[in-house]
Design a protein around this ligand. Structure first.
Ligand code: 8YV
Length: 311
């Protein structure tokens, strides 16, 4: 009997298909009556697959007494009640490393697109407005100061790329690390120092609205906010006000507080670059992430060590 598996989110075919072959997949995210699905099958479910940001909290997990493993198709597992899982002996896996380059590339693209106004220039040329596009002067990116919020694997990959643009690099996190970049214990002070404030710290309760009105005020009119982490890390309403009132220069965002909802105020602005959460969305990386999800599940169900365990 294939192990019953609850699917919390839509998945690409190249992951969904092998899951369907190897497990009894129950599409929780598609179920019209979720409660009925849990009542009928909850007691048998042995695995969950979700994406970064999928919510797996006690209110759901309590109804899955046989649950053994949650495999997240993403590096971020901020929606998963990790301490609860630890206490119940439920294993949790994610997909680190394989997406580091793509997310870092996306952050760099946002830095370049926002400073050089490339999206607007592209739009103007498509609208046959060559002279307006070519005469609009933008801001040089090379040699500027970048403050990275969260110097983990992806933060370091971003820093390496920024160094190639001769940028001065600082970072903020809980602790200083043995790196050549300047550590800023005070986030607002780093914001006041840098031209690009780049958010790449995990989401969750500990970082909720870390970037608030105070940090944005410190970033000031010279500063651009880049977010490739989680929408929850930035107070989106405060960001809208800061952008509307010219408190900050601009923003480049791949993530939003209530995805897929993007506030109309942001959509109406010219000095923001907005992407629909595509940081890891390349064929190569999404295939590698899918393989890790499958391999972690296979390892678990064959009694082998997990490849990328969180818990
Ligand atoms: C994915 C992500 O978009 O890794 C993460 O935490 O948010 C993204 O890489 C998401 O998990 C969809 O698979």
């Amino acid at each position: 009997m294939p192990p019953p598996l609850l699917l919390l989110a839509p998945l690409p075919e190249f992951l969904r298909e092998p899951l369907m072959q190897q497990y009894e997949v129950l599409d929780y995210h598609r179920a019209e009556d979720k409660e009925a699905m849990l009542k009928e099958h909850g007691a048998r479910i042995r695995a969950i697959v979700g994406v970064g940001g999928s919510v797996a909290q006690p209110v759901l997990l309590d109804q899955l007494p046989a649950l053994e493993i949650i495999s997240v198709n993403g590096v971020g597992y901020d929606g998963v009640a990790v301490d609860y899982c630890k206490a119940r002996g439920i294993r949790v896996t994610n997909t680190p490393d394989v997406l580091t380059d793509d997310v870092a590339d996306t952050a760099l693209a946002l830095v370049l697109m926002s400073s050089r106004g490339l999206i607007k220039a592209n739009r103007l040329l498509h609208a046959d407005q060559w002279s307006e596009g070519s005469s609009t002067l933008t801001t040089k990116a090379t040699g500027k100061k970048a403050g990275i919020v969260g110097l983990g694997r992806i933060g370091k990959a971003i820093a390496r790329r920024l160094a190639a643009f001769d940028m001065e690099i600082g970072y903020h996190g809980r602790n200083p690390q043995e790196v050549s970049y300047a550590y800023h214990a005070d986030l607002a002070a780093m914001a006041a120092w840098c031209d690009f404030l780049i958010v790449v710290t995990p989401g969750g309760a500990g970082t909720q609205h870390l970037i608030d009105a105070k940090v944005l005020a410190a970033l000031g009119a010279k500063g651009t906010l880049i977010n490739v982490a989680r929408g929850s890390v930035v107070d989106e309403q405060a960001l809208i006000v800061a952008l509307q009132q010219g408190i900050i220069k601009g923003a480049g965002l791949d993530v939003f507080e209530h995805e897929p909802h993007v506030p109309a105020e942001l959509l109406a602005m010219d000095h923001v670059v907005l992407l629909p959460h595509v940081g890891s969305a390349t064929k190569e990386t999404r295939a590698a992430m899918a393989q890790l999800v499958l391999d972690n599940l296979a390892a678990h169900f064959s009694g082998k060590a997990l490849i990328t365990p969180v818990v």
